[in-house]
Design a binder for this molecule. Structure first.
Ligand code: GLU
Length: 334
């Protein structure tokens, strides 16, 4: 028998390894602060032995909204160290669902590997009746072990579905079908017959084709997000600039309309501090385009990235350049 693919399993926390107060604790388990011990998730999945040689590799475990840039930078270095030493053919990373898509997009832009890196979460804790995490992990291992997953960038597996990191987003607070790629659809499925089937290829540049290499970085430029809503004034924009933001993502109304007071503040902080604005939408679907006026003001447009993903790309872009046209080129590419 050919030897099984070697898959590393990195646990970063979240719901998937959380333990609630009882089997119907589907909501407060994060407050209970209890997790499966080292090796326990794997112990409950003996079926994996037929799919891959899975090795648990320790990493810090946190609720995903607690992760900061330093965790992402360490994770990138950890993943490279694993692959550089040829310890695995692919990786599965368990992650809280709240910011899962942000970590996935960050890795998609910064990892220098064609080996599959698959992020997986769960909507119900490990202790729940009908916990979804166990099958999600088996599916994620199948995806990471599948030769056809190589070179597709960082992948996300939830609810039998394979998504690409750039387009996937959390779409519901509690449903097991919480993740979707909205306008663009999933890449494929880890299906009921145990097969991994792809129907699409990511078209935006990623991983080995990306110009972003953060392995030597200890920090990233500060980028904040400011939401628009009826009556919003410029105070939050000024506060962000004062806090040292090198750029601000505008989560604007509609197809990219901050309020007039916000527009004034964006122009002011740009004039005074060179703070670039990246125009995105709070709508959750569709592109925001770079109008001649936006270009003239020295600003960029976030295409169809949600504000929190535009923030990541902008921060990486600013680690290389302050030129708005060059940054726009990156938004058109990634
Ligand atoms: N559903 C969990 C919560 O909101 C997700 C936790 C996480 O992302 O770590 O509490």
């Amino acid at each position: 028998m050919a030897s099984l693919p070697r898959i590393g399993l990195l646990l970063t926390g979240g719901t998937i390894d959380s333990v609630g107060t009882d089997r119907l604790d589907l909501a407060w388990y994060i407050e209970a602060g209890k997790r499966l011990g080292a090796g326990e998730l794997l112990k409950q999945l003996p079926e994996l032995a037929k799919i891959a040689a899975v090795e648990e590799i320790p990493f810090r475990r946190l609720p995903s909204q607690a992760l900061v840039n330093a965790d992402w930078l360490d994770l990138v270095r950890k993943i490279h160290a694993i692959f550089d030493r040829d310890r695995a053919d692919g990786l599965v990373i368990t992650h809280g669902t709240n910011t899962l898509e942000e970590t996935a997009y960050f890795l998609n832009l910064t990892l220098k590997t064609v080996k599959p890196v698959v992020i997986v979460g769960a909507m119900r804790p490990a202790s729940a009746v009908s916990a979804d995490g166990y099958l999600n992990v088996i599916n994620a291992v199948r995806v990471a072990a599948a030769p056809q997953s190589r070179g597709r960038g960082c992948l996300v597996v939830m609810n039998d579905t394979v998504f690409n990191a750039r387009d996937v987003t959390k779409n519901a607070t509690y449903r097991v079908q919480a993740f979707a790629s909205r306008d663009l659809g999933p890449l494929g499925y880890a299906d009921a017959d145990g097969k991994v089937i792809y129907y699409h290829q990511p078209m935006k540049r990623h991983t080995t084709q990306s110009e972003f290499d953060v392995r030597g970085l200890q920090s990233l430029p500060r980028v904040d997000i400011v939401l628009s809503y009826a009556n919003a004034d410029g105070i939050m924009i000024e506060a962000a600039a004062k806090a040292g933001a090198k750029a601000i993502v505008s989560a604007a109304t509609g197809a990219g309309r901050p309020t007039p007071a916000q527009d004034e503040a964006f122009d002011r902080v740009y004039r005074e501090q060179g703070t670039i604005m990246c125009l995105c939408s709070r709508v959750g679907s569709g592109r925001v385009v770079r109008s001649p006026g936006l270009k003239r003001r020295g600003f960029v447009a976030g295409d169809n990235l949600p504000p929190w993903k535009a923030r990541i790309l902008l921060s990486l872009a600013l680690s290389k350049t302050n030129n708005a046209d060059d940054i726009q080129q990156m938004f058109d590419t990634y």
